[in-house]
Design a protein around this ligand. Structure first.
Ligand code: SF4
Ligand code: SF4
Length: 320
């Protein structure tokens, strides 16, 4: 269950700093859950800390480490809803046009909802769909994912169309960790699974992992379902012998430090230092990622081969 504790509960212990990519990048306490909570305790409004709020990557690493059980990402999204929104015109226009698109019938009980990066990599998307044996949803909800992240209210007609496209579904596999968390809260009875969990449960993928791999967990979906997924990845770690991007508290260290303005291309991303930190001191021969954003970050800073989970089986066949 998600805690309802807010900024008032913050004791200032600073544990959240240790896992925060924003803080690692800046060494500025204002850019951390601690900084937000203390500013709010001293009477700051959302507008007063707007720049800091837009810097947050929503990786969710601070949620499970907070001893006061503050729902930090929930607090940040709530504050973003009170701000002038980043990219709001584009996102609203996308939602309006999606709401009007005629609904195509898809007969399936399980569907895949890709994220924006996968939509831009159709070959990998087809490979994932073939590996899992499921269709890609005709309504991917990528505009809704952006609206959730930006704190923009989702238009009711748009939500109706999105949900209407789910008729007959028993399970939905979702690539965007933040959308997954939002939908779980909205529809607790529906069976939502992250793409990382779905692929890492696949027997072929599991068999293809090696002891010399670094397996990089996508942090948003993982931290949103931390207590259950810790066990899933513990089993995978024991079975494969691979290294993981986990710290001692089994928090997933994010490989990127990308904020929404950076994701939207309004500011150039600068993930190099964070990706280097994840690789620091490791002796590995391959990096296996769940997210294409992580792949792009690693490929910029290392010559070590980087593969997506869905490409592992082919790697094994080719002996790479
Ligand atoms: S969600 Fe991630 S980036 Fe944002 S405050 Fe928490 S740890 Fe830092
Ligand atoms: S971990 Fe929680 S209680 Fe500690 S400083 Fe961060 S937000 Fe405050």
């Amino acid at each position: 269950m998600i805690s309802t504790n807010d900024h008032a509960a913050c004791s200032g212990c600073s544990l959240c700093l240790l896992v925060c990519p924003m803080w690692r990048h800046s060494r500025d306490i204002a850019l951390s859950a601690h900084g937000y909570a203390k500013a709010l305790q001293h009477g700051a409004s959302a507008n007063d800390i707007a720049a800091e709020l837009w810097s947050c990557t929503l990786c969710g690493a601070c949620d499970p480490v907070c001893p006061e059980q503050i729902n930090v990402t929930g607090m940040i999204l709530d504050l973003r809803r009170r701000l002038e929104h980043v990219g709001s015109t584009t996102v609203r226009a996308r939602m309006e046009s999606e709401a009007l698109r005629p609904l195509a019938i898809q007969h399936a009980t399980v569907k895949l909802l890709p994220d924006q990066a996968l939509l831009e990599s159709p070959e990998l998307l087809s490979r994932i769909a073939a590996l899992l044996g499921i269709p890609v949803a005709e309504d991917d909800g990528a505009d809704i994912a952006l609206a959730v992240e930006a704190g923009i209210i989702i238009q009711p007609q748009r939500m109706q169309r999105f949900l209407a496209s789910w008729r007959g579904l028993k399970k939905i596999i979702i690539a965007d960790g933040l959308l997954l968390k939002h939908l779980r809260q909205l529809l607790p009875a529906m069976n939502f699974v992250s793409l990382g969990e779905a692929l890492s449960t696949h027997a072929v993928v599991r068999r293809s992992l090696r002891a010399t791999d670094l397996y990089v967990i996508e942090p948003r979906a993982y931290h949103a379902d931390f207590h259950r997924l810790v066990k899933h990845y513990d089993r995978l770690r024991a079975e494969s012998g691979s290294a993981f991007n986990l710290d001692l508290q089994r928090i997933a260290i994010p490989a990127t430090s990308r904020s929404l303005p950076q994701r939207l291309g309004l500011i150039a991303p600068d993930d190099n230092e964070q990706a280097r930190w994840v690789l620091h001191g490791r002796r590995i021969s391959r990096i296996v990622v769940e997210s294409l954003e992580d792949r792009a970050a690693f490929e910029k800073i290392t010559d070590i081969r980087v593969v997506h989970l869905a490409e592992l089986a082919e790697d094994k066949v080719c002996g790479k």
